[in-house]
Write a protein of this length. Structure first.
Length: 424
């Protein structure tokens, strides 16, 4: 909350501005009213508020969303399907009280109330109502410091997914289906490295439960990790730094462009059995954008880098990092023609795909700037399971989908697929 007594959303110790919580809720409601068949929207509450402000959040959510807000029941033995929850808003947060368990993504979180920094570990007591019958949340939030965090029952009862710490898989599988393990990328890798069986155990756990992974706090530059390995383990919510326009975000965008861009993709935990042999030939390009999306500039000399992001199915990997396979191929440079380049003597690039269910094929077009550092012109990524044989047009996108200098950017490629499915 802020000094006016309103609940606000922002990122501590950054230059981000504060947004009123109620404004966010109203925008979500407006979207769902306009799109009633949309699959469920999950609001993740990284809650740093005191108990009075949590009560205010619960009141806002119930009043503004009404029937759109999903109220969980204690009798769930399996998670409803996204289709069953169409048009609903679900909350993810913490439902249990107690000491801070380190689940927060920020390490030094606090709230600013009446100009005073109040630690998350401050316990909040309830003050008497004001004479006019209204609660002074800002005053209440500054009283009675302690080492525990009180969670408002009013907010807990409307929270569907309860964020919990990971201890071990035997404990995790016994948790209610609405308990969601939330781990950083570094802990995710450490868990996989502890035991080679953990690779299979995590897939099994994710068949009944949900896992969320997020970038480590050490990524001070807001860079991202490769999400493909996390998807291969069945992790349903793989959080990335959306403010960073990098290769990993292009992979994420490409994955969720599948299924009509609805925000949900059907996952296959067996990764489509068998090994796929993939052959790609880059033939030509059309209307390629200038580096950095500039509307004009020097004549470009493009070449294409193809990267396969895959997960190995062999047992030779000693560490979890070795499970992720990245193969790279590169075309030659077409000099001084970014409008309609042709690779007349194009090589056929062969890739061996071990996990077609999660593998991503990335196309990056680079401008060869002689004597200087080469500049990225555009990139895109396509799920391997969405590739089709024959001559195909590969579209390119900027961060806001496809418009401006990206509206007609294409590559013409030839695709050959040969899949070997083992006998069972």
């Amino acid at each position: 909350g802020d000094k006016t007594g309103a609940v606000v959303v922002y990122h501590s110790y950054t230059a981000t501005s504060k947004i009123a919580f109620i404004d966010i809720v109203r925008v979500v409601k407006k979207y769902i009213v306009a799109n009633p068949d949309t699959l469920p929207i999950i609001l993740s509450l990284d809650n740093h508020c005191s108990s009075p402000f949590q009560e205010m959040m619960a009141v806002i959510l119930k009043k503004e969303l009404g029937e759109i807000l999903y109220h969980p029941t204690s009798t769930l033995d399996k998670l409803p399907s996204p289709r069953d929850l169409a048009g609903k808003v679900l909350l993810k947060g913490r439902r249990t009280s107690g000491k801070d368990d380190g689940l927060s993504e920020t390490t030094k979180a606090s709230v600013d109330i009446n100009g005073r920094r109040v630690s998350l570990n401050d316990r909040i007591s309830f003050a008497s109502p004001l004479k006019n019958g209204t609660r002074n949340f800002a005053k209440e939030a500054t009283e009675t410091p302690s080492n525990s965090v009180n969670l408002a029952p009013e907010l807990a009862e409307i929270t569907t997914f309860n964020t919990v710490r990971f201890k071990d898989f035997s404990s995790a599988v016994a948790l209610p289906v609405t308990d969601m393990v939330s781990v950083s990328e570094s802990k995710f890798l450490r868990i996989l490295n502890q035991n080679e069986q953990n690779v299979t155990l995590w897939m099994s756990y994710n068949r009944q439960h949900m896992t969320r992974t997020y970038p480590s706090g050490t990524r001070l530059d807001s860079s991202n990790f490769n999400p493909v390995l996390h998807w291969s383990e069945g992790c349903q919510m793989v959080s990335l730094n959306y403010q960073t326009d990098d290769s990993e975000m292009a992979i994420n965008d490409g994955r969720f462009r599948e299924n009509g861009g609805c925000g949900y993709v059907k996952q296959s935990l067996n990764n489509y059995p068998g090994i796929m042999n993939l052959k790609i030939k880059v033939l030509a390009g059309s209307c390629l954008p200038h580096p950095f999306g500039e509307p004009s500039g020097e004549v470009t000399s493009p070449y294409v880098i193809l990267r396969l992001h895959d997960v190995t199915t062999t047992t030779t990997a000693q560490k979890s990092e070795e499970l992720l396979r990245v193969e790279e191929r590169k075309t030659h440079t077409v000099q001084d023609n970014g409008f309609c380049p042709q690779w007349t003597d194009a090589k056929e690039f062969a890739f061996k795909v071990e996990s077609p269910g999660v593998a991503m094929l990335q196309f990056t077009i680079i401008h060869s700037d002689e004597g200087f550092i080469d500049d990225k012109m555009c990139l895109t990524a396509i799920p391997v399971r969405c590739l089709r044989q024959g001559l195909r047009s590969v579209q390119f996108y900027d961060r806001n989908c496809q418009h401006g200098s990206f509206a007609f950017a294409r590559l013409l490629v030839s695709v050959e697929i040969e899949q070997h499915i083992p006998w069972k």
